[in-house]
Ligand binder design. Structure first.
Ligand SMILES: Cc1cc2nc3c(=O)[nH]c(=O)nc-3n(C[C@H](O)[C@H](O)[C@H](O)COP(=O)(O)OP(=O)(O)OC[C@H]3O[C@@H](n4cnc5c(N)ncnc54)[C@H](O)[C@@H]3O)c2cc1C
Length: 501
């Protein structure tokens, strides 16, 4: 097979144009091709740039700077009936992909997830969005699919690793569109990822994976520096390996780990708010409306501390993403159509680990402060322009946040030092995207961008003082986002597989 790079086509081309360009480059007809990468070069004259894979005889005669040999590695795990039991706790991207790979390799796998399956979870989330009644075990953070289910489901990562392709293949095998494998900024949307995750669960059940939904791990015993059993309200369970993929919002499990002496360390976190802008403003500034889709942005400002955009959701909505009663946490979600007409993104300032004793308590302070101020689940809101001028006026447009908002002066949320840096950052963002200040609103607070702790692992990916405990994903401090957490799940499964005797 050959990999052909650097195939450039204008914005209005079709698949046949690409085929013709490949044939022109090879000076030979082809039957079929596979797109390996498609990216947008948005500089002066915007173009799409493709890399494609072609199967053709006499490969050597076509080789050049842009045409190289390509070998597709088989990344599937070898199936052997292995007489070892794995318990996976938490069924977000990290737990899903760890379970998936271990099942495919022939392990006996049980999954414990405190939340519900997606169909029931959807009802609970919907009720919360409409009526403000929160189920602390079934919400945007907790349940089948984890925190990535009611999300934008952007499948982007800066990590270069061959298993990224494996993960995308699994998504496609269970119903995702093929283009996620080659698009630079692949996006599924919450509507589609819910269906895909359900299919993955059904597939795992068909392969013998033993699921325990609505069953929370509430205690565990440690003997001789190993977990000897875990406990739920329904019973006690034992395994050879315990993989904890419990995400960044399950404070109770990390309190339990602390109490049991499992080694953990503090990690930097971030604090901020969401901003919302008319999507048309972002499209105009980013690509001059040339691309017929909701455009993204990525903003970075470096001062004494970093301020940055995070989890940008083009054409999405701001959602209530709390998992505890009497708190407010914002986040972003979008459907596959990305057609809300509003762009939202978190704007966060980094919080260094020496600024707090317990990061969970530090963040909860802001979540409760917001709830107490609002006296409801209505989020705090302010025009960005008013924030800059320390004023409070009616919002220039209504937020997409489904439970409504109350006006709040975000100048009161931050300490003076951070406030100055955030305002400088917003001025800088306004230079990059003119209109960012005058045309935008703030909604918040946003507190759950990462986990404040890391459960330290050794070179075999086990907890450094509890040898059969494998902490994985975002909650363990080894991932952030769907792809990196899924990859961490694979990494740990591979470590277990490679140690199999
Ligand atoms: C609204 C929203 C939008 C997002 N959008 C994107 C996006 O577009 N792209 C992206 O890459 N990332 C996005 N993220 C982040 C991404 O979802 C997370 O980084 C990712 O889900 C973390 O994966 P994880 O498997 O480590 O943990 P989680 O997905 O958090 O899963 C942890 C699971 O463990 C379960 N659990 C916790 N404690 C216990 C216990 N004691 N017993 C049993 N089960 C337990 C929880 O119920 C939960 O289901 C978004 C997050 C949110 C909240």
């Amino acid at each position: 097979m050959l990999l052909i790079n650097g195939l450039k086509l204008d914005l209005n081309h079709n698949e046949n144009d690409l085929k013709q360009l490949i044939e022109k480059k090879l000076k030979h007809p082809i039957n079929s091709f596979e797109i390996k990468r498609k990216s947008l070069d948005a500089r002066k004259n915007p173009l799409y740039v493709y890399s494609v894979i072609v199967d053709i005889d006499n490969e050597d005669k076509y080789l050049s700077k842009d045409i190289v040999k390509y070998h597709k590695e088989n990344l599937n795990a070898e199936y052997i009936k292995r007489n070892k039991k794995c318990i996976v706790v938490g069924y977000g991207p990290a737990g899903i992909f760890a379970a998936y790979r271990l099942i495919e390799a022939g392990y006996d796998v049980s999954v414990f997830e405190k939340g519900k399956r997606i169909k029931q979870r959807e009802l609970d989330v919907d009720r919360f969005f409409k009526e403000g009644i929160l189920d602390e075990n079934s919400n945007v953070q907790f349940g089948e699919g984890g925190a990535g289910t009611f999300s934008d489901a952007k499948l982007t990562t800066r990590i270069k690793n061959k298993y990224i392709e494996y993960i995308l293949d699994v998504f496609v095998k269970h119903g995702a569109k093929e283009s996620i494998k080659y698009e630079n900024h692949a996006h599924i949307g919450t509507d589609e990822i819910r269906i895909i995750i359900s299919k993955i669960t059904d597939y795992l059940i068909s392969k013998g994976c033993d699921f325990h939904f609505e069953e929370e791990i509430i205690d565990l015993d440690i003997k001789n520096n190993e977990i000897s059993l875990i406990k739920t309200k329904k019973g006690e369970y034992q395994a050879d390996y315990y993989l904890f993929a419990t995400g960044h919002s399950s404070h109770s499990i990390y309190s339990l780990f602390k109490q049991k002496g499992i080694y953990m360390s503090k990690k930097d976190i971030a604090l901020g708010f969401r901003v919302e802008h008319p999507q048309s403003l972002i499209n105009q500034r980013q690509t001059n409306n040339l691309i017929n889709e909701a455009n993204e942005y990525l903003l970075r400002y470096k001062d004494e501390k970093g301020v940055y955009s995070f989890c940008m959701c083009p054409g999405g909505i701001v959602i209530p993403a709390m998992s505890e009663n009497n708190t407010i946490v914002t986040n972003g979600m979008s459907y596959s159509s990305r057609d809300s007409g509003v762009a939202n993104s978190a704007i966060l300032i980094q919080v260094n680990k020496d600024e707090f004793d317990d990061g969970f308590i530090f963040l909860k302070h802001y979540e409760q402060l917001a709830y107490n101020y609002s006296n409801s689940y209505k989020a705090l809101s302010q025009n960005i322009k008013d924030f800059m001028n320390n004023e409070l006026n009616e919002l220039i447009f209504k937020s997409t946040y489904p439970l409504g908002t109350v006006l709040y002066n975000f100048n009161d949320l931050f300490n003076e030092y951070d406030l100055k840096i955030i305002k400088k950052a917003l001025l800088d963002f306004d230079l990059k995207i003119p209109g960012f200040i005058d045309s935008g609103i703030m909604v918040g607070p946003e507190t759950r961008s990462s986990c404040p702790i890391r459960i330290n692992r050794n070179e075999s990916y086990q907890s450094i003082n509890t040898s059969n405990l494998y902490p994985i994903g975002e909650g363990a401090g080894y991932g952030g986002g769907i792809m990196s957490c899924a990859l961490d799940g694979i990494r740990i499964a591979n470590a277990i597989i490679s140690n199999y005797e």
